[in-house]
Design a protein around this ligand. Structure first.
Ligand SMILES: O=c1ccn([C@H]2C[C@H](O)[C@@H](CO)O2)c(=O)[nH]1
Ligand SMILES: [Zn+2]
Length: 132
């Protein structure tokens, strides 16, 4: 699966967003090393802080199904430039994905920016910081 196809998956995921409060739909598509795709959308709540972002939805779906070897993630929203993942998602992506994994950020206008996990959150707090 190439970047274009993964972006298509993320756009399809975006259609499922549950966003009665922000009306801001976000979609993500996470590719596993063996070629499976997990889609994720943002899911909001009347208690706003309970909202789950699209990226984390996709990652938590995958991990909860036993998948943990990831090759790429695409994220899309209707933003001016490529969508910028929030800090919480950057931390979670950094925990669960390889540092050199491709992160494809895009929007509905077709602006695409390819990052790596390390680019997204330089100096991330990680398991190595937990010395007991
Ligand atoms: O990368 C992002 C940025 C924001 N959101 C969601 C959270 C909330 O539902 C809405 C507005 O912040 O967008 C995501 O899902 N992913
Ligand atoms: Zn987020």
């Amino acid at each position: 699966m190439n970047s274009e196809q993964l972006i298509k998956e993320a756009k399809a995921a975006r259609e499922m967003a549950y966003v009665p409060y922000s009306k801001f739909q976000v979609g993500a598509a996470l590719l596993t090393k063996d070629g499976k795709v997990y889609r994720g959308c943002n899911i909001e709540n009347a208690s706003y802080g309970m909202t789950n972002c699209a990226e984390r939805t996709a990652l938590f779906k995958a991990v909860s199904e036993g998948d943990k070897e990831f090759a790429a993630i695409a994220i899309v929203a209707d933003t001016e430039g490529p969508v910028s993942p929030c800090g919480a998602c950057r931390q979670v992506i950094s925990e669960l994905c390889p540092k050199d994994m491709k992160v494809i950020l895009t929007n509905l206008n077709g602006d695409v920016k390819e990052w790596t996990v390390a680019d997204l959150l330089p100096g991330a707090f990680s398991a190595e910081d937990l010395h007991e």
